[in-house]
Design a protein around this ligand. Structure first.
Ligand code: N2P
Length: 437
C-alpha cells in the first residue's frame, strides 16, 4: 500500500514537473540529433550549412548548457536561434522532421475580424496589410491618445476590442479591475524570443495577462535647426522664460496626464509618481504658467502633423516618434532632460470581453516572429524586447543609447506606478484643472 502511495506520489510529481516546464522546452532525448558539436568559432553556422532545413534564420538548434552563456538549466535543452549561439555551446542539430515539429505553429481557427486598439503611429502599416493578406483576417484598427483615454473608453462600454496595448502601470490597473483575459501562452510560442529584462514584470508577474510589445522613454524632441541652445532640462518646456521664446516656433506637449504632470513633478524635484496634494498643485501651477506658450496638446498624429511639416519646433515626446520624424527631417533630435524622465513598456493584452482570443494570440505570435518584429522595430524606432529579432534590427537603432538605454540613463528614469483610488482622484482633479484653463 505504502509503495502504491509512493508510486502515485512520484507520478503526481512528474505530472507537476511536466506542467511547470516551459512549453518551448523539450526534454533531452525527445529529439533525434543529426549532428552534435561543441561550437568552436563564430562561423560554426557556415560550417554546418549543408545541414540546414529551409530558412537558415528560422532554423532551430538544440543547445545543451555547456557554459555560462546558455540560458537553460542542466536537465533540459531549449530551442534557440542560430544567431544567439556562442562559441563553447554544444549544439544538437535536430532531424528535419523534428525541426519541422518544433517550429510549427499551433492550429488555430481564425476569426474573420480582429478589433485592435493601439497607440497612434505604433506599428508598420505594411505589417497590418500583410497579416490580413496572409490570414484572411480583417483588422479593424483604432487608436488612443493615452492609457487613461483608452481605459475611459472601455469603461464607457466599448466591449468590441480583441487586442489592446496598455503601458506597464495600466496593465496592473486593468488586472485589478478584472478586465483582462488570461493568455493561452501555448498559442504564443514566439514568447520564447523575449528578453529576460522585459518578461516577468512586477506589473504582471509570470506574464499571465500581458506580453511585452515595445519599451521606450519620454523626453524632449527638438528641431536643432531652430532650438538653440539645445535643451538639456525640462525647463525648456516648463520655465516660461525659456519656453515662451519659442512660442512662435511652436511647442507641443503630450496630451497624457501621467506623462505631463509626471514631467512637471520631476522638474520640481519630486518623483513622477508623487501624489502629495501640495506637490500636485505645485505641478499644476507650473504647467498653467507655461501653458500660454505651448501651441498644441497632442499625443497622437503629432509626428506627421507637427514635427515634419514644421508646425512645431520642440515637443514633449516619446523617443521613437522623434526618431521617425528625424528620418524625414534630419535636424530632429531626442534628448532626455538632466532631471530624468519616464521609462515605460507597452504590452499586448486581451480584454475579457473579447470573443476572438485565439485570433488575437495568433496575431501577437505573428508580430513576435523575429524578422517581422525587426521590420516593425525598423519602422517605429522603439526598443524591441525581442532578442531573436536583433540580428535584423538596424544597427543605428541597436547602438543608439537613447533607444536601447544604458544603465546610467536608466538609473535616472522612473517607471510609472499604479495609483490607489484616492491618488487617482487627486491626479484627475489636477488634470481637469489644467485642461479647463
Ligand atoms: C507611439 C506611442 C508610444 C507609446 N506613438 C508610449 N507609451
Amino acid at each position: 500500500m505504502k509503495r502504491l502511495i509512493n508510486v502515485i506520489g512520484s507520478l503526481l510529481l512528474l505530472a507537476l514537473m511536466l506542467t511547470l516546464m516551459p512549453s518551448n522546452t523539450l526534454a533531452q532525448g525527445e529529439i533525434t540529433c543529426e549532428n552534435d558539436v561543441v561550437v568552436q568559432a563564430d562561423d560554426w553556422l557556415s560550417k554546418l550549412a549543408d545541414k540546414f532545413y529551409g530558412d537558415v534564420f528560422a532554423f532551430p538548434a538544440i543547445v545543451e548548457a555547456t557554459n555560462k552563456q546558455a540560458t537553460v538549466d542542466d536537465s533540459y535543452a531549449t530551442i534557440v536561434y542560430a544567431d544567439l549561439i556562442e562559441p563553447g555551446w554544444k549544439v544538437c542539430i535536430p532531424s528535419a522532421a523534428d525541426a519541422q515539429a518544433m517550429l510549427s505553429q499551433p492550429e488555430i481557427e481564425l476569426a474573420d475580424e480582429l478589433y485592435v486598439y493601439n497607440w497612434a503611429d505604433y506599428i508598420d502599416p505594411d505589417l497590418v496589410t500583410r497579416y490580413q493578406e496572409e490570414t484572411g483576417v480583417t483588422i479593424v484598427y483604432d487608436t488612443f491618445e493615452s492609457n487613461e483615454d483608452m481605459l475611459a473608453k472601455l469603461q464607457a462600454g466599448a466591449t468590441g476590442y480583441d487586442l489592446i496595448f496598455p503601458s506597464d502601470y495600466m496593465v496592473a490597473q486593468m488586472i485589478e479591475l478584472d478586465m483582462l483575459a488570461e493568455l493561452n501562452i501555448d498559442n504564443i510560442p514566439n514568447f520564447r524570443h523575449l528578453s529576460e529584462f522585459n518578461i516577468n514584470p512586477a506589473y504582471d508577474p509570470g506574464n499571465v495577462y500581458s506580453v511585452p510589445y515595445f519599451f521606450g522613454t519620454t523626453g524632449i524632441g527638438y528641431n536643432s535647426a531652430i532650438i538653440d541652445p539645445p535643451p538639456d532640462s525640462w525647463a525648456w518646456l516648463f520655465d516660461p522664460e525659456i519656453a515662451c521664446q519659442y512660442e512662435g516656433a511652436g511647442i507641443n506637449v503630450l496630451n497624457d496626464q501621467r506623462e505631463l504632470i509626471g514631467a512637471a513633478l520631476r522638474y520640481l524635484g519630486y518623483s513622477i509618481n508623487d501624489s502629495n496634494v501640495n506637490h500636485l498643485n505645485e505641478a499644476r501651477d507650473l504647467i498653467l504658467a507655461a501653458k500660454p506658450c505651448w501651441k498644441t496638446f497632442k499625443s497622437s498624429g503629432y509626428i506627421d502633423d507637427l514635427f515634419i511639416p514644421g508646425e512645431v519646433a520642440m515637443g514633449h515626446a516619446w523617443n521613437g516618434d522623434v526618431y521617425v520624424a528625424a528620418e524625414e527631417v534630419d535636424t530632429w533630435v531626442y534628448v532626455m532632460p538632466k532631471e530624468g524622465g519616464v521609462v515605460w513598456q507597452d504590452n499586448f493584452v486581451i480584454p475579457k470581453t473579447s470573443t476572438r482570443q485565439a485570433t488575437a494570440e495568433h496575431f501577437i505570435n505573428w508580430l513576435l516572429d523575429p524578422q517581422i518584429n525587426a521590420q516593425n522595430t525598423n519602422y517605429i524606432w522603439y526598443s524591441s524586447p525581442n532578442e531573436a529579432a536583433k540580428p535584423y534590427i538596424l544597427p543605428e537603432i541597436l547602438e543608439d543609447p537613447s533607444i536601447y538605454v544604458d544603465d546610467e540613463t536608466l538609473a535616472n528614469l522612473e517607471w510609472l506606478e499604479p495609483f490607489s483610488t484616492e491618488e487617482l482622484f487627486e491626479w484627475d482633479r489636477v488634470w481637469t484643472e489644467i485642461k479647463a484653463q
